[in-house]
Design a protein around this ligand. Structure first.
Ligand code: PXP
Length: 249
């Protein structure tokens, strides 16, 4: 019998599409990449349909929904046109993120406190379709409590600040993640985490308790250049297999 994983890996394949869009070719294939991740043991596939369509295109999301056996997690901003696409595709999960046109990647977490009313309506529409909603937030008590008030099942803690820091600043950020995960778990939220995670910092990220899924993209797709996508996914899964049962609540 297959042993249940203590922590799951969602592979973000946006940057496979970045490579394709750089030349406007039909390769590398998004569904093909997702299939390799699935065969290597990934638990879900994440894609971010950005308003500027810089990497993932609408068609990719529809094709993934048709072909994936594992879960599809759609990252998206709270823009009406993108919400309509999500309601049409019906991915297994949606992760609501903040989005700015000029940013290189998602900067900071969603301000759930500020956008509470708007989020209430969007979450209700997504949940009515059977889509599980997650909110990408900083590990702050006010944001975590607001997410719980919204009644969403998941949050995804932004690990980017921790991953970008070193020394005592990194220690402080890791501590924020630990406290955030414990609080969220105590008030009934399931806790995912992501952004900036790689083979160098995964060991520290795994010291955060109560984690359900890590969503990892850029480092896995980069590593795939040298050891292949299958190898890069398996390498991360092996590192994650060190997650201790005792950490979970
Ligand atoms: N989770 C969320 C919500 C994100 O926006 C991103 C980046 O698209 C990731 C995870 C993956 O981040 P990275 O590519 O740095 O691993």
């Amino acid at each position: 019998m297959k042993k249940a994983s203590l922590i799951k890996l969602g592979v973000n394949i946006d940057h496979v599409a970045t490579l394709r869009q750089a030349r406007g070719t039909c390769y590398p294939g998004i569904v093909q990449a997702a299939n390799v991740c699935e065969a290597a043991g990934a638990h879900s596939i994440t894609v971010h349909l950005r308003e500027d369509r810089r990497h993932i295109q609408d068609e990719d999301v529809y094709n993934l929904k048709k072909s994936l056996k594992i879960k599809l997690n759609l990252e998206m901003a709270i823009h009406p046109a993108i919400v309509d696409i999500a309601l049409d595709v019906v991915p297994d999960e949606v992760c609501l993120v903040p989005e700015k046109r000029q940013e290189l990647t998602t900067e900071g977490g969603l301000d759930v406190v500020k956008h509470f009313k708007q989020l209430e309506k969007i979450c209700a529409r997504l949940e009515n379709k059977g889509i599980e909603v997650s909110l990408f937030i900083a590990p702050d008590a006010a944001q975590i409590k607001a997410a719980a008030w919204l009644g969403v099942p998941y949050i995804e803690m932004h690990t980017g600040t921790f991953c970008d820091e070193t020394g005592t600043k990194a220690d402080r950020e890791l501590d924020r993640l630990v406290r955030g995960a414990i609080l969220a778990s105590e008030i009934g939220l399931r806790v995912n985490a992501g952004h900036g995670i790689n083979m160098n910092n995964i060991g520290s990220v795994l010291s955060v308790p109560c984690l359900d899924t890590l969503n990892i993209g850029h480092s896995i797709v980069s590593r795939a250049l040298f050891i292949g996508l299958d190898g890069a996914v398996r390498e991360m899964l092996t590192a994650m297999s060190r997650y201790k049962a005792g950490f979970r609540r």
